[in-house]
Design a protein around this ligand. Structure first.
Ligand SMILES: Cc1cc2nc3c(=O)[nH]c(=O)nc-3n(C[C@H](O)[C@H](O)[C@H](O)COP(=O)(O)OP(=O)(O)OC[C@H]3O[C@@H](n4cnc5c(N)ncnc54)[C@H](O)[C@@H]3O)c2cc1C
Length: 407
């Protein structure tokens, strides 16, 4: 093993996935998460194309598939519930609108945590308060008062990344609001849903319901336009008020869905936004996942980007013998086009959902060849290097390095 110590901030998707790969490349990893435990909630997240290959290489394919949602497909419906369009999970080779690997975000986070918890140090209920870099390392002061030194620090702390603000600049510099707000929460399945997701859209707003595995519960999904969004992302009561206000009068099953706002066990609401940065690193500090390059939930690719990014970041750093400048540069070069393609798709989806402006010129039809190339870049993304000359200490949780490890 190397004597490289890496601190990762955030234990959702990007953080534990990176911990897996850093560990396999020989680093000692600490993950700090400000929440008191793994955060439940969110709706389903998808892994398509190249992200499925990363899951396979992580050796967690079976655990992920066992926790998948088992969704058969999606229907778009009108206000009376009549089906307008049907999308099946097997469409587009399992990489379509409802993808073959679709897993509740909280369940996926749990799979990644279970995979790494024996070999990685997790610190819950704490966060980085301050850090100072020098040529050889980073001194970190935690909010709890602890002080420790690491060779590298990675922010996987999401769209509102505190580490990004600390090292790179205020969020306004990087976060681009796309004019939409999304909310997800669990409701009882009193709607008779089976394995099909239902989606109703009208004049820029949308409401949907997705059954979860045991069929006693469903996840409600609501969205509304909001050109300015300045609500505190931690103030749940204010968010629920806003949701009630903005979804008032919306048809289909929406009033019944809103009736469960006060008894839901989880609630997630956030602006649909992207993060655009020229560089995802500064000295010995790097960023990954939504913190670095959120493509927004409308891209359907946040998880894929986090997984592929984790593979590349650990691989490139180890291939550069943990030299931060070379490692971060390699990571950025390999990921850039994949990130940009998914961000473009995220913006297109927001645009499609927006209420048509009667006075506006109709948008030109997209060029089908250019669309195919864009989707290919967004799904199959970059080629995954094998990192043949980089150590690999195996996939099994907590197993000590084996002689089979390549070096
Ligand atoms: C509760 C929750 C629900 C979500 N629901 C959906 C959804 O339904 N659909 C969807 O497309 N995407 C959802 N997302 C976002 C989705 O998980 C990401 O787009 C994607 O998987 C990339 O994940 P990430 O790990 O980069 O960021 P995130 O999943 O946003 O995770 C960031 C993590 O960092 C932690 N954190 C934040 N600040 C600090 C700090 N200062 N110190 C330490 N830790 C910190 C957070 O608590 C969180 O665990 C959700 C995220 C969360 C946290």
């Amino acid at each position: 093993m190397s004597d490289i110590r890496v601190l990762v901030s955030g234990a959702s998707i990007a953080g534990p996935a990176l911990a897996h790969w850093l560990r396999r490349r020989g680093a000692e990893v600490t993950v700090v998460e400000q929440a008191p435990g793994l955060r439940p909630g969110g709706q389903a997240v998808d892994a398509r194309g190249v992200a499925k290959e990363v899951i396979r290489r992580m050796g967690i394919d079976e655990a992920v598939r066992a926790a998948c949602t088992d969704t058969a497909g999606a229907y778009t419906v009108d206000a009376d519930g009549n089906v307008l369009e049907t999308f099946r999970a097997e469409d587009d080779g399992g990489d379509g609108y409802i993808s073959e690997i679709e897993i509740l975000r909280g369940d996926f986070s749990r799979v990644l945590y279970d995979d790494t918890s024996d070999s990685v140090e997790y610190v819950f209920g704490d966060r980085i308060a301050e850090l100072t870099q020098d040529a050889d390392g980073v001194d970190v002061a935690f909010a709890s008062g602890d002080r420790r030194r690491f060779e590298l620090v990675i922010g996987a702390d999401g769209l509102h990344s505190a580490l990004r603000a600390m090292v790179f600049g205020p969020r306004e510099q990087f976060v681009r609001h796309l004019g939409l707000v999304l909310a997800f929460y669990t409701v009882p399945n009193e709607f008779g849903l089976d394995r099909w997701l239902l989606d109703y859209q009208e004049a820029g707003r949308s409401a949907g319901l997705r059954p979860v595995r045991d069929a006693t519960r469903a996840i409600a999904m609501l969205s509304f336009p909001a050109p300015d969004f300045d609500i505190d992302h931690r103030d749940i009561e204010a968010q629920k008020r806003l949701l009630r206000e903005r979804m008032a009068g919306f048809g289909w099953l929406t009033p019944r869905i809103l009736d469960h706002l006060d008894d839901t066990p989880d609630f997630y609401l956030d602006q649909v936004a992207q993060v655009v940065m020229d560089r995802w690193s500064s000295g010995r500090v790097g960023l990954l996942g939504d913190a670095a390059f959120s493509a927004s939930p409308m891209s359907g690719a946040g998880t894929g980007l986090a997984l592929v990014g984790a593979y590349m970041l650990a691989g490139e750093l180890a291939a550069a013998d943990w030299d931060p400048a070379a490692g971060f540069a390699g990571y950025q070069e390999r990921m850039r086009s994949y990130v940009e393609a998914n961000q473009e798709i995220g913006r297109m989806h927001v645009h499609m959902l927006a209420a048509p402006d009667p006075g506006a010129e109709p948008s030109p039809e997209p060029d089908p060849d250019a669309m195919t190339a864009l989707i290919e870049r967004a799904v199959n993304g970059p080629e995954l290097p094998d990192y043949e000359h980089v150590p690999d200490y195996g996939t099994t949780t907590g197993r000590p390095p084996t002689p089979a490890a390549r070096s």
